[in-house]
Design a protein around this ligand. Structure first.
Ligand SMILES: NC(=O)c1ccc[n+]([C@@H]2O[C@H](COP(=O)([O-])OP(=O)(O)OC[C@H]3O[C@@H](n4cnc5c(N)ncnc54)[C@H](O)[C@@H]3O)[C@@H](O)[C@H]2O)c1
Length: 477
């Protein structure tokens, strides 16, 4: 039971292995081996096995690509800096220091620095408590973070990650400022989640040395780093930034610049699918349950609370500006209603759910009538949706937008796109990725499943290339 609970309903192998051992233990060697062989044959034929093998190959593919980039780096990345010691800056500083790369952490005020250092110390303390690190190594690691209120010593830095507030005007000033203090070969990166890399490069004297380096929150736990190439970004800038991401133990995926880059560009159509479901009378808790059973680590309402409803509303605006034909709001979506009522999600304990702290201080979600009451005048009367309809209405916008990203060469291959969503969003690994999911059901079937929703929004309209591929019987892998 314990193993079954750990593995979850979508991963049959661990429980089957234990059952085979239990049965085999009562038998002689030959009979036990037969049971083992039969169990293996059955498991090897499951779609989970096929998808996980595919995922292993895709993982090797992205590792090979990032090694290839790293080899092209003509200069090493030995000393780095992060601007902004907030949630992300503190996390990046910790990750760099714990991987042996010294990092300066600059903020405009001491309070920010103290918070960044406290965050790094908290993460290290957890490692010491769990026996994964010693007190001595903790001190050594924390010493690699050099707090700074000025740009003193920035002339020695090989790469800078900008992680200040998400405001284009502030970021442009900060990037121009730091560019004037570093040596000409230093690479500048921005950890922006939404702002165009080309727009941020406008004020720079050396835009070829600039790219996006988009980490995911929490930095130490999320493997993906999107490396975003702007129009003027050089291969050297990409090669050295990928080398740094590799040194941090991350999984870099290089993408081209566009609003939302790759991961947020496909996440917001998924959230739009969610808002349309709620508008039409679906219960957000029911949607969360269905999508969690489908394999996502958290349902969309819970995920929006974790992301922050303020952040989500802001980012949705950026996406609508970037892709007005598909992403402009045509009604008031649930995240906007809750945000306007002061519900920011997990950060203030009030979102779709309420959040209470458990004994360890971790936030635990608790259903509340309050969010239902707030939403009531903006949504249709409660209506039951089948699991299949919920899944289709959530997944088709995400999958179709991901296909668009491939067609527009924002991402270079289905393997990189699939790994980015698995490492950046926690897309269910046993499904092997979005492109494998489409291939598995067949593109024809996917297109047919989108047809009933075509009038809901252009997000449900598949591309011409998809239709052509379906006619030709082509797969993505
Ligand atoms: N929080 C997330 O989940 C997340 C995920 C990925 C990317 N990002 C992006 O990372 C960036 C930082 O986000 P955050 O959540 O860490 O924000 P935050 O508000 O926690 O931290 C921002 C920090 O920047 C500092 N700062 C402001 N102006 C500065 C300046 N001129 N020089 C140096 N420091 C300055 C502030 O004092 C603050 O400590 C944003 O661009 C955000 O979009 C955030």
């Amino acid at each position: 039971m314990f193993v079954g609970a750990q593995a979850g309903r979508n991963y049959p192998a661990p429980v089957s292995a234990i059952k085979a051992m239990q049965e085999g233990a009562k038998l002689g060697r030959d009979d036990a081996q037969k049971i083992e062989a039969n169990t293996f044959i059955k498991l090897a034929q499951t779609s989970a096995a096929r998808n996980l093998v595919g995922l292993f190959l895709s993982d090797q593919y992205i590792a090979k690509k990032s090694k290839h980039w790293e080899k092209q780096a003509e200069l090493p990345v030995k000393r780095t800096a992060v601007l902004g010691a907030g949630i992300m800056g503190g996390g990046i500083a910790y990750q760099s220091a714990s991987r042996g790369v010294p990092i300066k952490m600059k903020d405009i005020n001491q309070k920010g620095i103290d918070q960044g250092l406290a965050e790094a110390a908290k993460l290290m303390t957890k490692r010491v408590e769990s026996g994964k690190a010693t007190a001595a190594s903790m001190a050594e690691i924390l010493n690699r973070i050099e707090p700074a209120l000025t740009y003193d010593g920035f002339a020695e830095v090989d790469l800078v990650v900008e992680a200040v507030v998400e405001n284009p005007a502030v970021k442009k000033v900060v990037l121009a400022e730091v560019e004037s203090t570093v040596k000409p070969a230093t690479i500048l990166c921005s950890n922006t989640s939404t702002i165009s890399i080309d727009a941020l490069a406008e004020n720079l004297a050396r835009p070829e040395n600039f790219c996006g380096m988009h980490f995911f929150n929490p930095v130490h736990a999320m493997p993906l780093v999107e490396i975003i190439r702007g129009k003027k970004t050089s291969d050297q800038a990409i090669a050295r930034t990928v080398a740094y991401a590799n040194a941090l133990g991350k999984k870099p995926v290089v993408v081209n610049n566009c609003p939302g880059f790759l991961v947020n560009r496909v996440l917001f159509p998924y959230f739009a699918g969610f808002s349309m479901l709620l508008r039409d009378g679906a219960d957000f808790q029911a949607v969360d349950k269905v999508m969690e059973r489908w394999g996502w680590p958290m349902g969309p309402a819970y995920l929006l609370d974790v992301v922050g409803l303020d952040t989500a509303v802001h980012a949705q605006g950026v996406m609508a500006e970037g892709f007005p034909q598909r992403m402009v709001k045509t009604f008031k979506p649930a995240p906007d209603v809750l945000y306007e009522a002061g519900r920011l999600g997990q950060k203030n304990g009030l979102g779709f759910y309420n959040y209470e702290k458990d004994k360890k201080g971790k936030p635990v979600k608790v259903p509340t009538r309050d969010s239902y009451d707030l939403l009531a005048s903006h949504v249709a009367p409660a209506k039951e949706f089948s699991d299949d309809e919920i899944i289709a209405r959530m997944m088709i916008p995400l999958a179709t937008e991901l296909v668009r990203c491939l067609e527009e060469q924002i991402v270079a291959s289905p393997a990189e796109a699939d790994m980015a969503l698995i490492y950046g969003l926690g897309f269910p690994p046993f499904r092997g990725g979005v492109f494998r999911w489409i291939d598995e059901q067949g593109l024809n079937r996917f297109i047919v499943s989108a047809l009933p929703f075509a009038d809901l929004s252009p997000l449900y309209q598949v591309t011409e290339d998809m239709q052509q591929r379906a006619k030709e019987g082509k797969t993505y892998y």
